[in-house]
Design a protein. Structure first.
Lengths: 114, 115
């Protein structure tokens, strides 16, 4: 079972470059989200989607864009990378709304911006 | 304000000792959900348990047990007879019915089990 698949696993960017982190799930989950994990800060929500065509901002959305054209895919775009965006990024999906069910996470993308 | 507080940043125990990881949450919702996740050194996030606000029953699963107390807004996690494989970072998380699918995570507790 693939579950939630993130690519790439590792990425190094130069300041100012743009890139897209890919996330795909094969569980037909309506809810998908992106988190970043920084030392000592836990996971913080960047953007989330409650279904195809619907996205919303989380706690730390600045510098990131998302779209949800299909149920399966939820890419995260960094518009102009900054060193402050060095982090580990996790994509998650869940089947129930309002946190009724657990979120399943991808393996993470470790991003370094130099 | 932090919605989920895990005051213990790092804990070390000797193998076979019991250890309790604390989690205190803050919410005004009457309907909410609490979760524990494990992040081993390999980095993935593994779901351990979900609890809704209407179910205060404690739960035991093998060596793991969870104590949910609404009176103190706590959802503590105990590992009995710890093993080296329990070494990981453990996250407590909260989701409120009023805020949709948003999870609020604590800052995590890093547990090291010494053989």
């Amino acid at each position: 079972n693939a579950g939630v698949t993130q690519t790439p696993k590792f990425q190094v960017l130069k300041t100012g470059q743009s890139m897209t982190l890919q996330c795909a799930q094969d569980m037909n989950h309506e809810y998908m989200s992106w988190y970043r994990q920084d030392p000592g800060m836990g996971l913080r929500l960047i953007h989330y989607s409650v279904g195809a065509g619907i996205t919303d901002q989380g706690e730390v959305p600045n510098g990131y864009n998302v779209s949800r054209s299909t149920t399966e895919d939820f890419p995260l775009r960094l518009l102009s990378a900054a060193p402050s965006q060095t982090s580990v990024y996790f994509c998650a999906s869940s089947s129930g709304g309002q946190g009724k069910t657990e979120a399943f996470f991808g393996q993470g993308t470790r991003l370094t911006v130099v | 304000a932090q919605k989920v507080t895990q005051a213990q940043t790092e804990i070390s125990v000797v193998e076979k000792e019991d250890v309790t990881l604390d989690c205190v949450y803050e919410t005004r919702d009457t309907t909410y959900y609490l979760f524990w996740y494990k992040q081993p050194p390999s980095g993935e996030l593994v779901f351990l348990i979900r609890r809704n606000s209407f179910d205060e029953q404690n739960e035991i699963s093998g060596r793991y047990s969870w104590n949910f107390q609404k009176s103190t807004s706590s959802f503590n996690f105990t590992i009995t007879a710890s093993q080296v494989v329990d070494s990981a970072v453990y996250f407590c998380a909260l989701s409120e019915a009023s805020s949709g699918n948003q999870f609020y995570f604590g800052t995590g507790t890093s547990l090291t089990v010494i053989p």
